[in-house]
Write a protein that binds this ligand. Structure first.
Ligand SMILES: NC(=O)c1ccc[n+]([C@@H]2O[C@H](COP(=O)([O-])OP(=O)(O)OC[C@H]3O[C@@H](n4cnc5c(N)ncnc54)[C@H](OP(=O)(O)O)[C@@H]3O)[C@@H](O)[C@H]2O)c1
Length: 337
């Protein structure tokens, strides 16, 4: 009860700062006095009710802080038309893992290039594929595009990638952490090394990307970070055994939410959870099992990767300036069952 009353007092305090144009200190003093009169037994031990509340409601000064400092919300965009809001003209978008001929990364890059963005894509093993994709993006959409080699499971390589893109393009507006690989064994069949490789490639790599680009977003006061998670972060695929992948993708979804809080003053963070997408990633799985998957999808089929690209443009652009910490499932209804 005390906590609820205190929260209400905080809100009133902030509204008063805005409405009456009084200083934060004056508002705090006015409301301290009110709190002292409403909860004398709790407050008489100290004159500073903020200290009481911080120990009651919040664990650390970092989380306590926002209630007492001016909030710096991400701005409302200037444009009104959908064309303006979705435009990525003069923006720079990084897409990791866009070396495949029909991958999700390539479609995300295509969507962003179509809306005018300059694009940096990465590859791990398929250099020729990535370079061909960058060339095609340039020619088709008249934007600047470049392919970079980056093993996203290595912190130093991700740091280098971010530095190189900023050197070549001048800035980064949106970063799509998409690179990843699938698991082909469960906990008992796979080795410890198999587990570690998947967690490294699908979860820690995303953390490296966030840690490398986050300071740039903070310095510029804006940015959008988008993570390719998976429906496997929500449900357990059947019948294939891939616990490491499922765990890594669940971590990605929660990383997006957690970062949305950490970066609330300067950048947005969201995730996309695709279902079965026909990119070649699962080509090693036998035809019969893949047919079985389709029977579990309410829409009865897997997705063409182009059915995802609008979602990446939405999160990367000003169309989504009030969207953060969200996860968008694009799975033909798989999770609704
Ligand atoms: N396809 C699906 O059904 C599905 C469903 C849900 C989520 N996803 C996720 O979507 C993302 C893209 O996959 P996709 O289906 O589009 O397959 P894809 O075309 O094979 O893309 C995977 C990309 O990740 C890159 N990559 C893998 N390990 C890497 C590493 N250690 N360092 C840097 N890059 C690495 C690959 O690079 P190289 O090819 O150059 O080695 C490739 O460009 C992945 O995160 C995947 O988990 C896919």
């Amino acid at each position: 009860m005390l906590a609820g009353s205190c929260r209400r007092l905080f809100r009133r305090q902030f509204r008063q700062v805005e409405k009456d144009d009084i200083s934060q200190e004056t508002a705090t003093e006015l409301h301290s006095a009110k709190l002292r009169s409403e909860f004398p037994s709790m407050v008489k031990k100290t004159n500073n009710y903020q200290i009481i509340l911080s120990s009651l409601l919040y664990k650390s000064p970092r989380t306590f802080h926002p209630l007492f400092s001016p909030i710096m919300p991400i701005e409302i965009p200037k444009g009104n038309s959908l064309k303006d809001l979705f435009s990525l003209k003069d923006k720079v978008v990084v897409v990791t893992g866009a070396s495949g001929p029909r991958g999700i990364g390539l479609e995300a890059a295509r969507g962003c290039a179509e809306m005018g963005g300059n694009i940096a894509i990465t590859y791990f093993s398929r250099r020729e594929g990535a370079e061909a994709n960058a060339k095609a993006l340039q020619e088709e959409y008249g934007i600047k595009a470049k392919a970079y080699k980056c093993d996203t499971s290595k912190w130093n390589e991700v740091q280098e990638l971010v530095a190189n893109v900023i050197a070549d393009f001048g800035k980064i507006d949106s970063f799509i952490a998409n690179a990843g690989r699938t698991a082909d064994a469960g906990v008992l069949d796979g080795s410890v090394e198999d587990w570690e490789n998947i967690i490294q490639a699908d979860l820690n790599s995303v953390f490296y990307c966030a840690k490398a680009v986050g300071p740039h977003f903070k310095e510029h006061g804006k940015g959008s970070f988008v993570i390719t998670a998976s429906m496997s972060g929500h449900i357990v695929n059947y019948p294939q055994e891939q616990t490491s992948y499922n765990v890594a993708k669940a971590g990605c979804i929660h990383m997006a939410r957690s970062l949305a809080n950490e970066w609330r003053d300067f950048a947005r963070v969201n995730s996309i959870s695709p279902g079965y997408i026909d990119t070649g990633l699962s080509d090693f799985v036998d035809e019969e099992t893949q047919q079985g998957w389709n029977r579990l999808i309410p829409m009865g089929r897997s997705s063409d990767p182009k059915e995802l690209k609008a979602a990446y443009v939405y999160f990367a652009s000003d169309a989504s300036t009030y969207t953060t910490g969200a996860d968008l499932r694009i799975d033909g209804g798989y999770i609704c069952r």
